[in-house]
Ligand binder design. Structure first.
Ligand SMILES: [Zn+2]
Ligand SMILES: [Zn+2]
Length: 255
């Protein structure tokens, strides 16, 4: 699978964009960054968008995408998420107040976007791939995604703090070629990380010590807060785990 990292930061500032990964040019994992990183032509190729949870850094580009691709696509783009996430987007975001309801524009019969509820812990077929949503540990309902093309798979934790379920899924996954996992705050902000449902390097280390994941599976860190990046990277290096790497914004990976 070809995975282009449009953004993978825990906030937004110059050179750091919120999470959005483009898989095989048609499927997005989260929508923190789409429109600021892709041409209109590339935006128009997207058929499905998986949303992990409602936090703005994972959904905001949906709004501008709808605006950009209207009149350029034949079928609505599917917004795929658990029902609670869809309800919140409908009620609080595309509610004809904060933003127009693009699931009814230009016509309710043939809109730009369509909501497609996803089950949890069940594999479904999306955009030619198999996808399973897995519950995460975050202050709002959140899932990560296991994505597979039949030959290989990768696991995206989305936002989470320590989470047994994540590593159980990683241990079970067939042909796992990468894990993308949250590490947002340095060890000194352990309390804030715990409150906000994110890993610190130390917390990640303790979870990995319990996890039964092969040592040669690369673990790519995402969602680092830009203001803490130096500290977080140096603490991650200090763990001495060779397979822990930093996910690079703008880079295309083959998983
Ligand atoms: Zn979040
Ligand atoms: Zn986030």
């Amino acid at each position: 699978m070809k995975v282009k990292i449009l953004g993978c930061s825990g906030s937004e500032t110059i050179g750091h964009m919120p999470p959005g990964f483009l898989v095989n040019e048609v499927l997005m994992l989260d929508a923190g960054t789409i429109t600021a990183a892709l041409s209109i032509e590339a935006q128009s190729k997207i058929t499905d968008i998986l949303i992990s949870h409602t936090h703005l850094d994972h959904i905001k580009s949906l709004l501008f995408l709808a605006d950009n691709i209207i009149g350029r696509i034949k079928k609505p783009v599917n917004i795929r998420a658990i029902p609670k996430v869809i309800d919140a987007i409908r009620k609080h975001l595309m509610n004809d107040l904060i933003w127009p309801d693009f699931t009814r524009i230009p016509t309710p019969k043939n809109p730009v976007l369509a909501y497609a509820p996803m089950p949890v812990n069940k594999t479904v077929s999306i955009a030619g791939l198999k996808v399973k949503a897995i519950p995460m540990n975050h202050p709002v309902p959140a899932v990560g995604f296991l994505v597979s093309d039949g030959k290989s798979s990768f696991l995206y934790s989305a936002d989470t703090g320590p989470n047994e379920g994540l590593w159980k899924e990683a241990a079970k996954a067939k042909n796992l070629s990468a894990i993308i996992v949250d590490t947002s705050f340095p060890n000194s902000l352990d309390g804030i990380a715990t409150l906000s449902g994110h890993f610190t390097p130390g917390q990640l280390h303790r979870d990995l010590a319990k996890a039964r994941v092969a040592n040669d599976v690369p673990i790519y860190i995402y969602h680092v807060k830009p203001v803490h990046k130096k500290k977080v990277i140096s603490e991650l290096k200090g763990l001495g785990r060779k397979n822990v790497k930093i996910l690079v914004e703008g880079k295309t990976y083959h998983f």
